[in-house]
Design a binder for this molecule. Structure first.
Ligand code: GLC
Length: 715
């Protein structure tokens, strides 16, 4: 029998050796995660002595105390793993670096930027004795009524998989040192398809559609070595994810194969009884959850006694219990927790200059210019007084967005609201800035209008900072309408009457139906939730210090009735994908974004015009020229269209993107690697196959601007 404490053995050998020594109580304890914030300190210590595998929402000294108890006061001294929702920065530390939300960062189409964000977040989380983040979200966000759109990388499976895998790599970094944490690919699977955009209801998707559209991002997570996966709240075709053996154990664990473990979402086992009504007691709920493939149970205390009883009565397969405990132990060995349970980076790393610089870099790529009639960049000779107006101009909590512990309760050194950023930048050119909130987001009333209109009349330019706020985004917070909430549009209509030019800066958690604004504003800059340095960066863009490069990771509907309006839809024919009472297509399409310069594409070429699966990949190249007067970065996009399939094929599918930086007049060649795997179809028999026939290959600057096209053939 090997000594599990000896690091010369592999994590597999050590986990098996340790497992063989464990009692049933110790095994079930490892399968549980409980939230510290819902326990007294004594209760938490009691659970540590019982050998609880993990806690969430506890950090620092309190976590260290639990760790000492687990190591010194239990028979086997198995260290605890501490988890946190570090979704776009270290959410539980108000001094930590807060990045833009996933949806905002997705505008960058930048894999390396995501990796850097993961590295910074992981390092800062480890400073607080935390080892694991429940991030990134791999859900597809395409029903914009859903409250959690801001947590996704948008509507495209390819973009989500590429960016998600990169941030997983950034978090985990092969567990080389004490700045690494376990990632968690969530929420498995098709959680964003919950009917009507209502959170945690039923997702009516077939297994074929799951395999073709929703599974590929999770496959990329697994390929990136993601250590954990979270079971979604909702059901699929009437089967709760938590009891969905087919999708969890058979598809994810056995077919895709994950080197790690599956954790349920919050109280999912309890939900089978209380909400989804597929069980009427904890033994039943625990049994079906284990059988379905869940390894760790988040926040259902009753699981402990219920499962011990199941074991005693022979009502649960001990093979599943042992496999789950093995996976959890192996992850702890892989993380080095047995050797270094208390090791952490120096606290000076938290929000250090280097990390703030990464945040600035990422944020500068994470804003999209949706409209510009030439008013931007601001002409500092003509514009000598700016009126900043709107409820989100000076609201850091709206700017930070979901899962950022509310900026208002923190004294983050570089935190910059839109107002603060604009004021600071305007001062450089001696430009005066006045601010009037004008209205609240949700509280009705136009009492602030007059002061705002007066300020506008006395200025040369209006910068209106509008959008939504934290109460309209997140769990439980789906919306049936998607207009600018409150009196914001009414205020903009009044401001428009002053005949002063208006630049609209959007601070919002999801696409909103800004139809009137799209018609009547001189310029629109979409920032979504831009995080800690959002104000600094928005000002850099408005004044032209930074040329905007972001592109939309999600389509903007014209009205909630048009949802879902994603770009990669299956073709229909009665009505050509449009409605009688609104204009065709989205207000702003996937992949769209303007620059202060212009770009031209030419010379599309492919490495093979006929190919087989054995070719492995096709190389697609094109030339891009900066045909404008200033340096800029273009996100070149490569799409495919499978012309004929045995099942219907999306009219367009993103399969490549690259950021290309070009000086004015400069031309470069961009190259995309197209794996043949990305061209396969999930047929009616659920097999994923490369079907023979033509594929159109297109390259351009957005899903609606693809000037270059050619055809290749699978033979
Ligand atoms: C939440 C969320 C999940 C999060 C978990 C732990 O309810 O659904 O995304 O990671 O609970 O906080």
């Amino acid at each position: 029998m090997i000594d599990y404490k000896d690091p010369k053995y592999t994590s597999t050998e050590r986990a098996n050796a340790l497992l063989s020594l464990m009692t049933n109580e110790e095994k079930v304890g490892q399968m549980m995660q409980l939230a510290y914030k819902f326990m007294t300190r004594e209760e938490a210590l009691e659970w540590a002595k019982k050998g609880l595998g993990s806690y969430l929402h506890v950090l620092g000294d309190n976590a260290d105390e639990l760790q000492r108890t687990a190591i010194n006061e239990t028979r086997l001294g198995i260290p605890i793993i501490f988890g946190i929702d570090c979704i776009h920065g270290h959410a539980l530390n108000e001094y930590a670096t807060v990045f833009p939300t996933q949806l905002a960062m997705a505008q960058s189409f930048d894999r390396e930027a995501m990796r850097k964000c993961g590295r910074v977040s992981a390092t800062e989380v480890r400073c607080d004795s935390l080892h694991w983040t429940f991030s990134p979200v791999f859900c597809i966000g395409r029903d914009t009524r859903w409250g959690r759109i801001n947590e996704t990388f948008g509507e495209d499976p390819y973009l989500i998989g590429e960016l998600g895998a990169a941030i997983v790599d950034g978090y985990q970094n092969n567990f080389v040192d004490n700045t690494c944490i376990m990632a968690c690919a969530k929420h498995y699977i098709a959680y964003g398809e919950s009917i009507g955009g209502r959170d945690a209801y039923d997702s009516m998707v077939s297994e074929r559609m799951i395999r073709e559209t929703f599974l590929p991002p999770f496959e990329k997570a697994a390929k990136a070595g993601c250590k954990t996966y979270m079971t979604g709240y909702q059901s699929v075709d009437g089967v709760p994810m938590n009891s969905n053996r087919r999708l969890l154990r058979e598809v994810l664990k056995e077919e895709v194969g994950v080197d790690g473990f599956i954790i349920t979402d919050w109280a999912n086992v309890r939900s089978l009884i209380d909400n989804q009504k597929v069980c009427d007691n904890f033994e039943d709920a625990s049994r079906v959850s284990i059988d379905a493939g869940n390894d760790m149970i988040m926040q259902t205390e009753e699981f402990y006694d219920a499962t011990l009883k199941l074991i005693e009565n022979g009502q649960v397969d001990m093979k599943h219990i042992d496999d789950s405990v093995f996976r959890i132990l192996k992850a702890k060995f892989d993380m080095g927790l047995f050797e270094h349970p208390f090791e952490k980076p120096d606290r000076s790393k938290i929000c250090c200059d280097e990390h703030v610089e990464v945040d600035l870099e990422v944020t500068r790529e994470s804003m999209t210019l949706l409209k510009n009639d030439g008013i931007l960049p601001i002409n500092t000779k003509k514009v000598r007084k700016i009126a900043v107006i709107g409820p989100n101009a000076d609201d850091l909590e709206a700017q930070y967005g979901d899962w950022s512990c509310g900026a208002a309760n923190g004294h983050r050194k570089p935190a910059t609201s839109m107002l603060k950023g604009i004021k600071k930048r305007a001062k450089k050119d001696g430009i005066e800035v006045v601010y009037k909130k004008g209205c609240d987001i949700e509280k009705p009333g136009k009492r602030g209008f007059n002061a705002a209109i007066k300020a506008a009349k006395e200025s040369d330019l209006i910068i209106a900072v509008m959008g939504d706020y934290i109460e309209l985004n997140g769990e439980y917070k789906s919306r049936a309408t998607l207009d600018l909430p409150g009196e914001q549009t009414a205020l903009l209509i009044e401001l428009k009457k002053t005949k002063k030019p208006i630049v609209l800066v959007m601070v919002n958690g999801k696409p909103l139906c800004i139809n009137w604004e799209a018609e009547n504003m001189n310029a629109i800059l979409e920032t979504f939730n831009s995080g800690m340095v959002g104000g600094t960066v928005a000002a850099e863009i408005l004044f032209g210090d930074v040329n905007p490069s972001g592109k939309l990771p999600i389509s903007f509907p014209r009205t909630a009735g048009q949802v879902p309006v994603y770009y990669n839809y299956l073709p229909g024919w009665h009505g050509d994908n449009k409605y009688k009472d609104i204009e065709e297509g989205p207000l702003y399409p996937f992949g769209f974004g303007l620059s202060y310069t212009t770009f031209e594409y030419s010379n599309l070429s492919v490495s093979k015009t006929e190919f087989t699966e054995a070719d492995g990949e096709i190389i697609v190249t094109a030339k891009i020229k900066n045909t404008g007067k200033v340096k800029g970065t273009e996100i070149a996009q490569m799409y495919i269209h499978d012309v004929v399939g045995t099942v219907m094929r999306p009219i367009l599918e993103l399969k490549g993107f690259e950021r290309v930086e070009l000086d004015a007049g400069e031309e470069k060649t961009v190259s995309f690697t197209l794996p043949v795997e990305e061209l396969k179809v999930v047929e009616q028999n659920l097999e994923r196959v490369l079907e023979k026939g033509d594929f159109e290959i297109m390259v351009g600057g957005s899903s609606v601007d693809l000037p270059l096209i050619t055809t290749i053939k699978a033979v």
